[in-house]
Design a binder for this molecule. Sequence first.
Ligand SMILES: [Zn+2]
Length: 350
Amino acid sequence: MTDTLLPTSIVGSLPKPSWLAKPEVLWSPWELTGDTLAEGKRDALRAAVQEQHRRGLDIVSDGEQTRQHFVTTFIEHLEGVDFEQRETVRIRDRYDASVPTVVGAVSRRKPVFVDDAAFLRGQTDRPIKWALPGPMTMIDTLSDRHYRSREKLAWEFATILNQEARELEAAGVDIIQFDEPAFNVFFDEMTDWGIATLERAAEGLRAETVVHICYGYGIPANNDWKATLGAEWRQYEQSFPLLQRSAIDAVSLESHHSHVPLELIELIRGKKVMLGAIDVARNEIETPDEVADTLRRALQFVDADKLIPSTNCGMAPLPRTVASDKLGALVAGAALLRAELAGADPAVAG
Ligand SMILES: [Zn+2]
């Protein structure tokens, strides 16, 4: 991925500029149309890259500036999905959303994000990461009137995701991330076919692969759900042993301000760990010391050369200046710990 120790990375989204989409809203409609919209998305992507450069991120993402939503934007580009026919469904057993409907066999008629990824590749010399939704999270974010089987549809999506991922890799993407927050909710399906469909989506890739499993954006429905989870959040205990044995290279998880017991990280020993050291559910900016402390405590359970300091989840709903300052805190916190580890080296070599 990169030779830097503790390379920093965001999970995915950054806030969009207000001229592109209404700020601090998820699924926010575009403010532009047609060619102006296409140009606006690219300008926003360029600005997102520049901000990551300015703040010193080691791994650069697109900030999801060209998508309205991390799942539906991908689905809407597929054959067999009717996005005029929207239905309201309950997502991850938590909140209702208007989603597209599967009305026939699904297929990818053309690449979805490959042009955007090639554009991102042209904006930076640093390693780039591209996020796709995972198969299980995709099926949980639509209405299906054709397959009538969550598993069958997940396998179809896995095949499609693999086609897209291979082309992203060919366009120069170094790291491909699959977002599977559904792994924190549907444990039986995850065990039965969720991990297998994820591996199918990642099959044959030379790019590094990441699975991001989180407790969601800082929106009220997620915050209310988290309040019901008790003092210890042990959801990762279900997925981590399976992922440890899987072909996926890295796991992205929530940590800072969460109630996830850190020792659960031991369950993915050997994998790279993208650790969330930035809370995306509140506007208060972490201090570099707080970030370093969160990362340092994880080092009991993950080797330093496998730790990737990151955010808990996407930052789309945050005010733009807050997100930017949080990037700065992440980079400064990682630098503190890096310096500490460099200082400790002679003793370790001892
Ligand atoms: Zn997330």
